[in-house]
Design a protein around this ligand. Structure first.
Ligand code: NI
Length: 187
């Protein structure tokens, strides 16, 4: 089922997610619905907050983007990025390992707004997968960017919070309009 994606100004986006304790049928259905919703919106990542749920749960699939590469290492060895997709991140923990790099980002909760965001190029990721089993890898490039963006969502942080002053100024009007529209729709 395609779920409504909440937009900037919705209080759900500012809620820190609680850990997923039990991977029951309700959570499995939510994961399936989040993938369906993300693909329908042509996104590469979606956090539970964006569908109104304050959980430590996000989905990612970078296969649709071919012009911005990703890297993946398991146990120090290069691994296939596509084979790791689609990715379910339950209760993820990330550690930055690379130097900060700047690159373009968008967000399904901020339609049509794009800005360069600076984040570490590589990260170590630990999470539970859709089967409830722990996994770990190191990744870089677009995948690292996408995962960091989603983990921010799980903590109530938005890419707007990481924009440069210049980007904030550039998008201020659009974001104010978006927030006003969202708030009006909640009344
Ligand atoms: Ni986002």
């Amino acid at each position: 089922m395609i779920l409504p994606i909440v937009r900037y100004g919705h209080p759900a986006l500012r809620r820190k997610g609680v850990p997923v304790e039990v991977l029951d049928s309700e959570i499995r259905q939510l994961i399936a619905d989040m993938f369906e919703t993300m693909y329908d919106a042509h996104g590469i990542g979606l956090a539970a907050q964006q569908v109104g749920r304050a959980l430590q749960l996000a989905v990612v699939d970078v296969r649709g983007i071919t012009d911005r590469p990703s890297t993946l290492f398991r146990d120090g060895k290069p691994a296939d990025v596509d084979e790791a997709m689609p990715l379910v991140l339950i209760n993820p923990q990330i550690t930055p390992v690379g130097d900060p790099v700047s690159g373009p980002e968008g967000c399904l909760s901020f339609p049509e707004i794009y800005a360069d965001i600076t984040r570490p190029e590589s990260i170590e990721v630990r999470a539970l997968g859709a089967d409830g089993r722990p996994y770990a890898f190191r990744c870089g490039g677009l995948l690292a960017k996408a995962i960091q963006h989603e983990v921010d969502h799980l903590n109530g942080i938005l890419f707007k919070d990481r924009m440069t002053k210049a980007s904030l100024e550039e998008h201020q009007e659009e974001m104010e309009e978006l927030m006003a529209e969202t708030k009006a729709s909640l009344k």
